[in-house]
Ligand binder design. Structure first.
Ligand code: SAH
Length: 393
């Protein structure tokens, strides 16, 4: 049982699932990491049942706000079923065989991420609670999805904060080739589930890749931070005249080249450049290169608000360079997946970049993560990806 300090049950009344260490008055019953504990207000009222995580600043994550609800294998099976039902109803399910099936807190399963790549699931157990229930969760996933194999990618940095060791490998079924072919809106991509970034593919950008595809006809396109070529290949499929794609990771570019070859597009129109995007954007500017559509999809510069200041400088640098590389009438699709930089701050950074570049620019659309990455209203932290489509006058 966790007794909260006076007033600290307020966030629970708004159904926020996290209890920070500073809100805890007393822990009784010597729970171990991942054990289910009751949360009690200072007045002694039971408000929720949660997973205990003694190593983490997020000391408990709520399973249920119904104190009478059992947290057992059936509970997890039910939550998995609910998450799968949501995905089945999404339009994207008709256009892709790769979807995020479980999006952690926003699906009532704090710390659990599951992505489906055709008939292979990739699962990440990122908090003590889901780690404790790993086996029943894996059983439910295998049974309810009918997938051939499950690969575990519990190697994200955030596991350290929970006092958990990294763990990777096939945990159900097996697959000789760990590169899974997927189809997204008719385009072929290979997903390296063992060594790729995150779980192997950036599913959150699916609909935004389609938007870029629709905008690309006849344009010269720049794709900075291209990973395995998602935006670059989508732009080509949309009729781009030429694409320059920049990525620092050699293994990612290797997959990008395979992806290019796997699609009916003119490979000669793409130039993949292995380089630091900051340096290469500068080099392109120095030699007077010009584009009609630029995509900036950098990695998470600021995982938390504490890193926001340095991240702001990095975002401003690349956006400023992108504005300088855009012809009049050009479009910039610029993204931030940093939890520590909210939409308002991101917009003001992009505004500062346009100003310094001497570009007259307008937001004409806004981007977010695809619908298989829902944001529970009571958990605004779930909203991390934002983007702007900016027209340079
Ligand atoms: N747009 C991609 C996802 C991009 S993820 C898609 O739709 O699939 C961000 C990418 O930036 C990663 O592949 C990472 O390797 C790359 N990256 C990180 N720092 C970089 C740098 N300084 N220069 C170039 N690429 C970088």
């Amino acid at each position: 049982m966790i007794q909260l300090k006076p007033g600290r049950e307020k966030s629970l009344r708004r159904r926020h699932p996290w209890i920070f260490s500073g809100a805890v008055e007393r822990v009784s019953g010597q729970p171990k990491a991942g054990d289910t504990v009751e949360l009690r207000s200072a007045a002694g009222q039971v408000t929720a049942r949660a997973a205990y995580s003694p190593a983490s600043q997020i000391r408990a994550r709520v399973w249920t706000f119904d104190p009478a609800e059992e947290v057992d294998a059936a509970f997890f099976r039910h939550r998995v079923m609910r998450a799968l039902a949501l995905r089945e109803s999404l339009p994207a399910a008709k256009h892709s065989n790769a979807l995020r099936l479980i999006h952690a807190e926003s699906d009532g399963l704090p710390g659990l991420v599951v992505d489906r790549y055709a008939d292979v699931l990739v699962a990440q157990f990122l908090a003590a609670g889901v780690e404790r229930w790993r086996d029943p969760i894996l059983d439910a996933l295998a049974e309810l999805t009918g997938c051939e194999a499950i690969y575990e990618r519990s190697d994200a940095e955030t596991r350290k904060l929970e006092g958990l060791e990294p763990r990777t490998g096939f945990v159900r079924g097996n697959r000789a080739a760990a590169r899974c072919p997927i189809i997204e809106y008719g385009l072929n991509f290979k997903v390296d589930v063992e060594r790729g970034q995150k779980t192997g593919f950036f599913l959150d950008q699916r609909e935004n890749r389609q938007r870029v595809r629709a905008l690309a006809a006849g344009r010269e396109v720049l794709d900075a931070f291209c990973y395995t070529g998602g935006f670059a290949i989508s732009a080509l499929a949309g009729g781009a005249k030429r694409v320059v794609a920049i990525e620092s990771s050699a293994p990612s570019l290797e997959v990008a080249r395979e992806n290019l070859a796997a699609n009916a597009v003119d490979a000669a129109k793409v130039e993949f450049v292995q380089a630091d995007a900051f340096a290469h954007l500068r080099a392109l500017r120095d030699r007077g290169a010009q584009f009609d559509l630029a995509v900036l999809d950098p990695p998470k510069f600021a995982p938390t608000a504490a890193q926001a200041k340095n991240a702001a400088r990095a975002y401003k640098d690349i956006n400023l360079l992108a504005f300088k590389l855009l012809r009049p009438g050009g479009l910039l699709a610029t993204f931030s997946c940093s939890g520590g930089v909210d939409a308002a701050l991101f917009q003001s950074i992009v505004a500062g970049a346009a100003l310094d570049a001497g570009a007259d620019a307008k937001i004409i659309e806004r981007f977010s993560a695809a619908a298989d990455h829902p944001v529970a209203l009571e958990f605004p932290e779930g909203e991390y990806l934002k983007g702007l489509l900016v027209l340079r006058a």
